[in-house]
Design a protein around this ligand. Sequence first.
Ligand SMILES: *[C@@H]1O[C@H](CO)[C@@H](O)[C@H](O)[C@H]1NC(C)=O
Ligand SMILES: *[C@@H]1O[C@H](CO)[C@@H](O)[C@H](O)[C@H]1NC(C)=O
Ligand SMILES: *[C@@H]1O[C@H](CO)[C@@H](O)[C@H](O)[C@H]1NC(C)=O
Ligand SMILES: *[C@@H]1O[C@H](CO)[C@@H](O)[C@H](O)[C@H]1NC(C)=O
Ligand SMILES: *[C@@H]1O[C@H](CO)[C@@H](O)[C@H](O)[C@H]1NC(C)=O
Ligand SMILES: *[C@@H]1O[C@H](CO)[C@@H](O)[C@H](O)[C@H]1NC(C)=O
Length: 325
Amino acid sequence: MQISNFFIIVLSVLFTLSLAEKCNPNDKKALLKIKKALNNPYDLTSWDPNTDCCDWYLVKCDRKTHRIVQLYIVASNISGQIPAAVSELPYLEFLMFHKLNLTGQIPESITKLKNLNFLDFSWNHLSGPIPPFLSQLKKLNLLDLSFNNFTGSIPSSLSKLPNLGALHLDRNSLTGEIPESFGKFTPEFTNLYLSHNQLTGEVPRSLGDLNFTLMDFSRNRLQGDISFLLGTNKSIQILDISRNIVEFDLSKVEFPQSLTSLNMNHNRISGSLPEGLVKLNFQYLNVSYNRLCGKIPTGGDLQSYDYTAYFHNRCLCGAQLPECK
Ligand SMILES: *[C@@H]1O[C@H](CO)[C@@H](O)[C@H](O)[C@H]1NC(C)=O
Ligand SMILES: *[C@@H]1O[C@H](CO)[C@@H](O)[C@H](O)[C@H]1NC(C)=O
Ligand SMILES: *[C@@H]1O[C@H](CO)[C@@H](O)[C@H](O)[C@H]1NC(C)=O
Ligand SMILES: *[C@@H]1O[C@H](CO)[C@@H](O)[C@H](O)[C@H]1NC(C)=O
Ligand SMILES: *[C@@H]1O[C@H](CO)[C@@H](O)[C@H](O)[C@H]1NC(C)=O
Ligand SMILES: *[C@@H]1O[C@H](CO)[C@@H](O)[C@H](O)[C@H]1NC(C)=O
């Protein structure tokens, strides 16, 4: 009698526990596969199969559906490849594997994550091409693949991502040109980071049609005229084209009022600094190592910079530099 009572109690406790567990069993299964694929790292100790996966660290369940919507593992001593089981979390909206030591390529199965709007694989050792299939993740708002070992050219299909706001492909070993199609991003697209690669050719004119906030093209081998990225009708705040081989006459360029940071050092820019620069509120300006000439205009913030913002030009003079002759 007592034994059967005991069993009834145990069964009812188990029953309540199972009712209390919010985690979807498929999600739990997928997360445990991920844990195994990453060699059961210390950071995933809380991923205990006997507990509710909605209570685990580094994941988040949706409040209503109780499906896993976020997975973020950051800065831990993990190595291996991107676990294929990630694609078995169909409700995932936010996926971040940042500063792990992941190697290998991005698996195509990731295209199953149709709800993904934030994808960050930055600071790993991922390699291979930036896969064109990423353009199937139509809800993506942010794609960050910076600080990896990706090679090959930038897939033009990325511009088909209708909701993309920011693209970080900086600090890889990408080659080829910036795709012409990048001028076809929707107006929501405002931040483009392509620095520290080996990109060549001219910046496509089509990019002048977009309303960027930030463009970082520094440390590539881009050439030609980029003055069409500026203009009084633009909304750009930060432009970094430093350490390329762009070549144009700065004298006639009009600057948008929004511009707060302009870094153009180490290029082949000629002409003189336009008077219009004094009307801007710069937080950062650097035009050193170009082919500029003439007097640094007086006024605005132009005198507040160190002489190194202007040095190593052909014959720029005045203000922080030697007097004009
Ligand atoms: C990282 O993990 C490996 C084995 O998984 C271990 O040998 C190594 O000491 C760890 N490194 C750090 C910095 O914790
Ligand atoms: C990263 O992974 C590589 C190869 O998997 C290994 O050789 C290296 O020691 C790891 N680095 C760190 C900091 O864990
Ligand atoms: C990634 O690139 C860096 C610098 O180019 C190189 O030192 C490193 O060995 C590469 N790592 C892998 C895993 O390919
Ligand atoms: C800025 O003006 C140029 C030429 O007048 C035009 O082609 C371009 O579309 C305009 N850009 C924006 C963002 O309005
Ligand atoms: C560009 O963006 C700014 C704000 O970021 C906005 O005020 C302006 O109307 C936009 N211009 C065009 C042509 O879309
Ligand atoms: C401008 O850029 C040059 C070249 O990289 C650098 O030496 C200098 O310190 C920079 N100056 C300022 C004020 O940022």
